[in-house]
Design a protein around this ligand. Sequence first.
Ligand code: HEC
Length: 142
Amino acid sequence: MKKRLSIIAPLLIILASNIAIAHEDSRQFVKLPKMMQKHMMSNMRDHLEVINEIVFYMANDQLDEAADIAESRLGMSSLKSHGAGHMAKFMPEGMRQTGTSMHRAASRFALRAQEGELLPAFNALSKVTSFCVACHAAYRIR
Ligand code: HEC
């Protein structure tokens, strides 16, 4: 019991300090026209859906399906359908770059997944989600 506490206590402290950090919102506010704001949020919900489907396919060893959906809905092939070109104009440079890096990472993931090895594919997927997290930590649009 004591041993378990000595592991849990530091974890709780780290967790609590992260929550404290999350409360002071230091994200940069990016003002978008109302329509674009809606459009971006709907893209975002689609991004999450895609990540969920990718994880599902990977759990079922369907790496080709994971690759297809990653490239067409999140990768470089998806930029046009997202209207990324229009939105990029309103974003600060750092945000634009993080967005591009995320789309590039998704295309790289698709290539890795096509090679058929689960572990390298997971590694490539974690790069994609790291860019999601990085952008969310730095920017807000409302
Ligand atoms: C270039 C920056 C950027 C990238 C990359 C990014 N997001 Fe977002 N996302 C945002 C911003 C900004 C918001 C809105 C935050 C706010 O103002 O509330 C957001 C909001 C969201 C929301 C909330 C949608 C809603 O309707 O409430 C989800 C879900 C989301 N993102 C998922 C993702 C996922 C999954 C990825 C990666 C595959 C991702 N995002 C990549 C910037 C980004």
